[in-house]
Write a protein that binds this ligand. Sequence first.
Ligand code: AMP
Ligand code: MN
Ligand code: MN
Ligand code: MN
Length: 281
Amino acid sequence: MNIPSPVDLHLHSTASDGMLSPEALVAHVAGCGVRLMALTDHDTVAGVQAAAGAARAHGIGFVAGVELSAAWRGRALHVLGLAIDPCAPVLTRALCGQRALREERAERIARKLDAAGAPGREALAGIRGNGSLPTRTHFARALVALGAAADCGKAFDRWLGRGKPGHVASAWPTLEEATAWIVQSGGKAVIAHPMRYPLSAGARRELCAEFAAAGGCGIEVVTGGGGVRDREQAISLAVRCRLEGSVGSDFHDPAVPWNPPGRLAKLPSSIRPVWSGFLPE
Ligand code: AMP
Ligand code: MN
Ligand code: MN
Ligand code: MN
């Protein structure tokens, strides 16, 4: 098998909370040397067709993807769907539901922010104008632009993070449901950034075991911003739960210099790459 590298299977565009349009993202990613990429916007495949065309024009391999919001034991977590059929009816239906959840959550976030003295509805009005599926990142950027926070990190710390005034728990689908949608759409389900969830080591193993039993295929072993210790723990989780490994930066914004596309550690040879079955076009 002749899969080109470097590989980056976790990237965002303006279809969700990335700063670059799908076409500009592909140009940026190709310029960073990436040879196989996946577009994985939050709960939408709206950018996939444009990105696939741009990837063909740039001569790099492209994988259609999505990053689904799901819930496990009352916590939100993210499941990547890689090599999905973006037109699969089951996925279209699922993403329609995710959109409704996000639109409704955005309204509730705006109201809660207003009640807490931050410009929530004003932020939402700006977000609505840009055509993206709304995320908390959009609120963070809008709050910064409206002077309610110094930067996006502080907007999460003060307003949007868990336990903060603008935080809204959403009724995301279960891990099993999200995994089934991906599998039924012909894709491989991968737990995104597995070390980023505040879970004990035992709970993380249970998460991976339940995920594998539900048809999950891999975990993101190498993630943008993840340290060496995170990687080692993810490697042992993958080995223990017999999961394949993925590699992805979770790139959103070229103005964030510490997380460029494609500059990621290699998977160890003990882990089967999730992309070994993906053939570049
Ligand atoms: P949502 O899926 O709408 O809850 O938004 C989640 C997104 O918010 C993540 O994918 C990140 O891009 C972003 N995010 C979460 N926490 C932070 C943080 N502390 N600082 C900056 N961005 C964050
Ligand atoms: Mn994001
Ligand atoms: Mn994520
Ligand atoms: Mn992501």
